[in-house]
Design a protein. Structure first.
Length: 290
């Protein structure tokens, strides 16, 4: 059974309160003020997530840990969502990863955080909602469940996703065991069929490598021959039918991400989630390390 601990992250003059679930050799740390995201997942003290300290300590969008993506994944066309004929600016991956979350419960069995609308969210997303993020830990498996509730009087359009950064020795050491229907670098246009063996090749002349997958089967697995890590991302295929693999050449991480929408999905009819007033929906996935 897991137990809860309070702690702090402090570096370069920045201080955040943290909550950590531990179960035997495993520990999962969450930082509510920093986008409500998980910032550490260890086995015997060895880190499986990747934390970009300079970015984590700044007010910029976090590009480390496990950011929560809401109300969109990636960036919509022209950087705007269109609601009732009006254009609303939207950052890459939405705003849930930029805002402090409130602690609802912090107990041995779970950490629960919430995010409600404020002046900033209403400026870019004119809807009422309540997000509840629930973290649990059972041995090597962390389960992350995001519940989206429509607390307003009109339909709530959105997409969700997660952007986990896993520590990697080097891209060439990482092997993926993933099954998917399609595999491409661009969500628009015809999507080529996925190869039997899915890889994340380096793109010549580019600072990063990215592959977009549809029809993804659970689980997605990566193994790293350099550090000996194995990471398994399991999910409900009905809620997370898309996946993203991403890496930057200059950094020691690989992202293996469950999404349920693409960059412009919230602007496209039938390609995003819609909750009627009073409704809610939970999106659950898990990370197992070994």
């Amino acid at each position: 059974m897991s137990t809860i601990q309070n702690g702090t992250y402090e570096k370069y003059g920045v201080r955040y309160a943290t909550l950590t679930l531990t179960d035997g050799d495993y520990a999962l740390t969450v930082t509510p003020e920093k986008g409500g995201m998980a910032t550490s997942f260890t086995k015997n003290g060895e880190e499986y997530l990747w934390l970009r300290d300079k970015n984590f300590e700044s007010t910029d969008r976090p590009r480390c840990g496990i950011p929560i993506l809401f109300p969109s994944c990636s960036k919509p066309d022209n950087g705007v969502h269109i609601f009732d004929g009006a254009a609303y600016p939207m950052e890459v991956h939405g705003f849930a990863d930029l805002l402090p979350w409130q602690v609802k419960t912090a107990a041995d069995d779970a950490i629960e955080l919430t995010l409600a609308p404020n002046g900033l969210t209403k400026f870019v997303y004119p809807f009422d909602f309540l997000l509840t993020m629930r973290y649990t830990l059972a041995g090597p498996t962390a389960t992350l469940a995001l519940t989206v509730a429509n607390t307003g009087s009109k339909d709530l359009p959105f997409s969700v996703g997660f952007h986990p950064y896993f520590a990697a020795s080097a891209l060439e050491n990482v092997h993926f065991d993933i099954q998917a229907a399609t595999y491409s670098e661009d969500p628009k246009g015809e999507q080529p069929a996925a190869p039997e063996t899915i890889t994340l090749p380096r793109k010549p002349g580019s600072a990063d490598s990215c592959r977009l997958l549809t029809g993804v089967k659970s689980p997605m697995v990566l193994t790293d021959a350099g550090n000996g890590h194995k990471v398994t991302v399991a999910f409900d295929e009905a809620n997370f039918g898309k996946g993203v693999l991403w890496q930057q050449d200059a950094e020691n991480f690989v992202c293996m991400e469950p999404w349920n929408g693409w960059a412009n999905s919230v602007n496209e009819e039938g390609k995003h989630e819609v909750l009627v007033p009073g409704a809610e929906k939970t999106f659950t996935w898990s990370v197992t390390i070994g």
